[in-house]
Design a protein around this ligand. Structure first.
Ligand code: ACM
Ligand code: ZN
Length: 467
């Protein structure tokens, strides 16, 4: 192996030093307090690579260091010692992952005479928010698939799992208040029980991943409204939208949100959807029209805006920060806005000063085919791996945005993606995405990335379990 530059996502700084570490000289992993599980994974994975890290020899030391920032690490390779220092547990985990990449690349031709060049990797994430959204409402995935996705995210240092759990085609969290919702599932029936969700939450925590659960309103609710037509403008012709004016809609949704939130007791952020609601029913509904006039509005979208702000305020009253998709309306400033249709939405949101998540569809929607050879729907564009790689969330406004852009999130909608295709849709575009989310813009170079990906694929690193 020629150099230290094989790590994905590409580190901020690589400093070369003279000398090499003979891989077979490494013989133990010494973990600071609380870091034992990372040590055990290194020993296990080294074992898979044909190395015995339990026989004594050059140590690999894992430690926490108060001088290093959160999620950040330093990996120091010398002939006599490997030191992995993290600013927190996540930092140690990520540093250990980087060491395993170097190790795996070094032993690609066998362990005999394998070596890693000496030097230091100093790394820190560009964005604190590095998201992936999975739609479990259209096609439903098994708990095992969700855990595989989380394990892949952890490996790529993605730290937010936005879980799209409710849509017209399904309501996927167990509801004891409204058990009829769990009978939905047009494309595939199924729901996650409280035990399933607890298992997934615990696994995500081990992966240093925060879950943002999503429940949809006022549109994308066809299945639910077919079961509860009294919550629509016209119960004889329910459609996909809740009525904006009927008081019972709010009572129902407040109960539903409270129960939904209880599945995620440690969630600090919840997504309320808000996208793509159609105005046709509201325009014809006497109650919606009456309320609109009472409020002196000339546009039904203003009533929708009030509705979403009220629901967001309810979520806030539970101690949870709401997120909505960009809709064109103005949300109270503490609501986070996820931009998705165009970069223009980012500029619009900036005017009101809301924090943002960047998911512009033609750069980050992974349901779109990676090439025209894949099956796709007429609303999709081709989104290649290099297209994802070259996504630059800041575009031209870097100076104006400040801290308002939390980070990027790539999304996998599943209208056309059954459970067994999830990994095929993610790999390799999610590797490209992790570099957009983690690495500094000036460290991103497509051909260099392709080379590193080939080295890591050829040595089998992507097949190793990270935890
Ligand atoms: C969306 O793609 N409807 C947010
Ligand atoms: Zn109505």
């Amino acid at each position: 192996m020629e150099n230290l530059d094989v790590v994905i996502p590409r580190p901020q700084t690589i400093i070369s030093a003279p000398g090499v570490l003979k891989v077979e000289s490494v013989g133990e992993v010494i973990a600071g307090e609380g870091l034992e599980r990372f040590a055990a994974v290194i020993v296990r994975n080294a074992g898979i690579m044909g190395l015995d890290f339990t026989q004594g020899g050059v140590p690999v030391k894992l430690e926490l260091s108060p001088e290093i920032k959160v999620e950040s690490f330093e990996l120091d390779i010398s002939p006599a010692e490997v030191k992995i220092s993290g600013g927190d547990m996540a930092g140690v985990f990520y540093g250990a992952g980087a060491f395993e990449q170097l190790l795996c690349a070094a032993v690609a031709r066998g362990t005999r005479n394998a070596e890693i060049p000496c030097g230091k990797i100093v790394d820190s994430p560009r964005f604190s928010y590095r998201g992936f959204m999975l739609d479990s409402a259209r096609h439903f995935q098994s708990v095992e698939t969700i855990k595989s996705v989380l394990a892949l995210m952890a490996k790529l240092r993605l730290n937010v799992f936005h879980w799209h759990l409710c849509d017209s085609q399904g309501f996927r969290t167990e509801s004891k208040l409204f058990p009829e919702l769990n009978t939905l599932g047009t494309m595939k029936p199924g729901f996650y029980t409280s035990e399933d969700i607890a298992e997934i939450r615990a696994f995500a925590a081990e992966c240093f991943i925060t879950i943002i659960p999503e429940i949809e309103m006022p549109g994308h609710s066809q299945g639910l409204l077919a079961l509860h037509p009294e919550l629509c403008c016209d119960p004889g012709n329910p459609g996909k939208e809740f009525c904006l004016a009927k008081p019972e809609v709010r009572t129902f949704l407040e109960k539903l949100i409270t129960e939904f939130a209880a599945h995620f007791p440690d969630a600090k952020v919840m997504h309320l959807g808000g996208d793509e609601a159609d105005t046709a029913h509201w325009n014809e509904c006497p109650e919606c029209q009456k309320l609109m006039k009472e409020k002196g509005y000339d546009d039904i979208r203003k009533l929708e805006n009030d509705f979403m702000n009220d629901m967001a305020a309810f979520v806030r009253s539970l101690g949870i920060t709401p997120v909505t998709w960009f809709t064109g309306s103005v949300m109270e400033q503490s609501t986070i806005i996820q931009v998705w249709r165009s970069i223009w939405e980012l500029k619009e949101t900036l005017k009101n000063g809301n924090r943002m998540i960047f998911s512009v569809h033609d750069q980050l929607y992974l349901d779109y085919p990676a090439s025209a050879a894949e099956p796709f729907e007429n609303w999709m564009l081709v989104l290649t791996e290099s297209g994802v790689y070259n996504t630059e969330p800041f575009a031209a406004w870097e100076k104006d945005i400040g801290d308002l852009l939390l980070g990027p999130e790539t999304c996998l909608w599943t209208e056309t993606v059954p459970d067994h295709r999830i990994m095929a849709k993610l790999n390799p575009r999610i590797y490209a995405f992790c570099e957009t989310a983690w690495s500094q813009a000036k460290r991103k170079e497509w051909y260099n990335y392709v080379h590193r990906k080939e080295v890591l694929s050829a040595c089998g690193w992507f097949d190793l379990k990270a935890l």
